[in-house]
Design a protein around this ligand. Structure first.
Ligand code: HEC
Length: 220
C-alpha cells in the first residue's frame, strides 16, 4: 500500500515536472540566452535608437574638420589651372625606389594599360579595337607629363578619363605616376627614372640644374 502510494507520487511528480518544462516552450520566440552578452552587443548598434544621441540616432556625421584614417587631403583644384599648378610645383612625398616602381607597374597594368597601352604610347587594347579614341602618348611633348600632373589626373580624372581616387590610394597613385615617368623615359629613349633620380642625388647639383632646365625647354 505505502509502496504503491510512493510510486504514484513519484509518477505524478515526473508528469508535473515535464508539463511545467514543456508548456513554457514557445518555438515562435527565441529561446533562453544563457550568456546574453554573446547575443546582444555591448556597444551601440550602428543604426540603433538611443536617447543620448541627437535625434536618438546612433549614426551621426563625422566631426567637422576630421578626415578618415589613411585619407590624405589634396589641395589642388580640379581645373586646368589646378593641373598646371600641380605640374609646376607638386612633388612626390615618396622616394623613387625599385619597390615603388614594381608596385606602380602592376597597378598601371590593372588600371591604365587598357587605354594607355603597356608602353604608354596611347595604344591600349581599347584603342586598337577602336573602342576609345584620343588617348595621348606619355611622350607627347605638348603634354609635359610630369609626376605632379600624373598624380593630379589620377586623382580627379581628365575629360574622358575617370578618377582613380577610389581604386588606388594616395601612395598607390604616386607609385603608378613613377611607373608612367619610366614609360615616358623609355619612349624617349632616356634612362629610367630610378637611374636619373640616383644620378641627381649623387651628381654635382649645378650640372643637374642646367641639364634639367635643358629638358624642360625641350618638352615645352
Ligand atoms: C578609359 C581610358 C583611360 C584609362 C583607363 C586611363 N586613361 Fe589616362 N587618359 C585618357 C584620355 C582620353 C586622356 C586625354 C584626356 C584629355 O586630355 O582630354 C588621358 C590622359 C592622361 C594623362 C595626360 C594628362 C595631361 O597632363 O595631359 C595622363 C598622365 C594619364 N592619362 C594617366 C593615366 C593613368 C596613370 C591611368 C591609370 C591610373 C590612366 N590614365 C587611365 C584615358 C584613359
Amino acid at each position: 500500500m505505502t509502496t504503491n502510494m510512493k510510486t504514484f507520487t513519484n509518477i505524478a511528480i515526473a508528469i508535473f515536472a515535464s508539463v511545467v518544462m514543456v508548456s513554457c516552450f514557445n518555438d515562435k520566440k527565441p529561446n533562453y540566452q544563457y550568456f546574453p552578452n554573446m547575443y546582444v552587443p555591448v556597444g551601440y548598434e550602428t543604426y540603433g535608437e538611443y536617447d543620448i544621441f541627437p535625434g536618438q540616432q546612433a549614426a551621426m556625421l563625422p566631426v567637422e574638420n576630421t578626415v578618415p584614417r589613411g585619407y590624405v587631403p589634396y589641395e589642388y583644384e580640379n581645373s586646368t589651372a589646378g593641373l598646371e599648378l600641380a605640374k609646376a610645383e607638386l612633388k612626390s612625398p615618396y622616394e623613387v625606389t625599385e619597390e615603388n616602381l614594381t608596385v606602380g607597374n602592376q597597378l598601371y597594368t590593372v588600371y591604365c594599360a587598357v587605354c594607355h597601352g603597356d608602353k604608354g604610347d596611347g595604344k591600349g587594347i581599347l584603342v586598337t579595337r577602336e573602342k576609345f579614341l584620343g588617348i595621348p602618348s606619355f611622350a607627347d611633348p605638348g603634354r609635359n607629363i610630369v609626376l605632379g600632373g600624373i598624380y593630379h589626373v589620377e586623382t580627379y580624372g581628365l575629360n574622358a578619363m575617370g578618377s582613380y581616387a577610389s581604386q588606388a590610394n594616395e601612395k598607390e597613385r604616386w607609385q603608378i605616376a613613377m611607373h608612367v615617368m619610366d614609360l615616358k623615359a623609355a619612349l624617349n629613349g632616356e634612362p629610367g627614372i630610378l637611374e636619373t633620380s640616383k644620378a641627381s642625388a649623387t651628381a654635382d647639383s649645378t650640372e643637374v640644374k642646367t641639364s634639367m632646365a635643358g629638358t624642360n625647354k625641350a618638352s615645352e
